[in-house]
Design a protein around this ligand. Structure first.
Ligand code: KG4
Ligand code: ZN
Length: 346
């Protein structure tokens, strides 16, 4: 019988954790020791299969996960130099994300946990993005300001403790990554949108005045739908007039309008709450403009900026292992009835 209560009696200080991530189009597996030491991290992606559709097709992503998951796990174990018998727990993303995609990772993790009789640790993908900072700076401890900028979320939060967050502000409409993806489409750029907007922006200058998005006001909240609509209208109007839009300038102007506000509000939060560290996470944190701006403004303000390497910002399983470790220490184990959840609160 799979008995969570008895598993809780054997929580280890430096467990070897296998982490699995399959919430979108990346099939990822990682092995961590003691929560902050990444022994291996493998990522297989179905990204190229989605390009001709202009975005992730959930059914294609799910099928790709079923093909890739054993390979990702086998490679992660091999690179870490461990076998299944060495594992103390399996951590898995159970939400938020595409349900069909999540179910592949959840089912695989359940089968492993059951067959090895080890804890199954349910991990929130969103928390995982923040926990990437614990891997980037292995001495990082709350309190700090968390800036989450991904395809599904945009928020500034006060991380009071490893498991206690106060959301200071979040997006009132689109997430910042979502806005990048939509603007990419309007500018005729391929999926994945964010990195392609960044690339095009490098060829232009931020000379187009964008509407100021809740800049001074709105507390710590954000709003991205206005910026997206501005680009759509500008491109449509120019097309109707037979004019051409300078796409590179548009990309550069959108990028600075979308990202400057993240920098400003997170710095403001650090000052207001008297903490001297900001940890940045989520796919948009891979953006070079945002990274440079955070470091520059952080230095000016004397605030330490924890910026995980780019591979830890976009989807990966190492960050799931880092958050999984925190949940493991709390004895937050799931039963074999664990299900995938499309959306989770922050
Ligand atoms: O965190 P993530 O990998 O997945 C979610 O959990 O949402 O974030 C994906 C988002 C996408 O919207 C993608 O366009 C954006 O992050 N992104 C970027 C960059 N790399 C990824 N946005 C701007 N610049 C980038 N370099
Ligand atoms: Zn993500």
């Amino acid at each position: 019988m799979y008995d969570i209560t008895s598993l809780r009696n054997n929580v280890k200080k430096t467990p070897v954790i296998l982490a699995i991530e399959s919430s979108c189009d990346e099939t990822a597996a990682a092995v961590l020791q003691g929560g902050r030491q990444v022994l291996s991290s493998e990522i297989l992606s179905s990204c190229t299969e989605h390009v001709r559709f202009g975005g992730v097709v959930p059914e294609i992503a799910s099928r790709a996960h079923t093909v890739a998951i054993s390979m990702a796990v086998d490679r992660a174990l091999k690179k870490a130099g461990v076998t299944l018998k060495d594992l103390d727990a399996v951590a898995v993303t159970y939400g938020a994300g595409l349900v069909g995609a999540l179910l592949v990772g959840v089912s695989y993790a359940k089968a492993l946990a059951w067959s090895l009789n080890i804890p199954l640790v349910p991990v929130s993908h969103i928390r995982g993005h923040l926990a990437a900072s614990y891997l980037a700076n292995t001495t990082l401890q709350p309190p700090f300001i968390g800036l989450l900028a991904s395809g599904g979320h945009t928020a500034v939060m006060l991380v009071k403790d490893y498991d206690t967050f106060e959301i200071l502000g979040s997006t009132l409409d689109d997430a910042v990554g979502e806005a990048f993806d939509k603007v990419a489409r309007v500018l005729g750029l391929e999926y994945p949108g964010g990195p392609n907007v960044e690339k095009l922006a490098k060829e232009g200058t931020a000379c187009i005045p964008f509407p100021k998005m809740l800049k001074g006001g709105g507390g710590y909240d954000f709003s991205y739908s206005g910026l997206k609509t501005y680009v759509i209208n500008a491109v449509n109007t120019a097309t109707q007039k037979g004019e051409t839009v300078n796409r590179a300038d548009m990309a550069a102007s959108f990028q600075s309008a979308a990202l400057d506000v993240l920098v400003e509000k997170s710095i403001k939060a650090a000052k207001e709450y008297g903490v001297n560290t900001i940890a940045v996470g989520g796919g948009v944190a891979a953006n070079g403009y945002l990274r440079d701006a955070m470091v520059r403004v952080g230095e000016e303000a004397g605030i330490c900026i924890v910026l995980p390497p780019k591979w830890l910002c976009t989807d990966n399983a190492a960050m799931i292992g880092a958050e999984g470790y925190l949940q493991y220490q709390k004895g937050n184990f799931a039963g074999l009835d664990l299900n995938a959840v499309a959306s989770l609160p922050l």
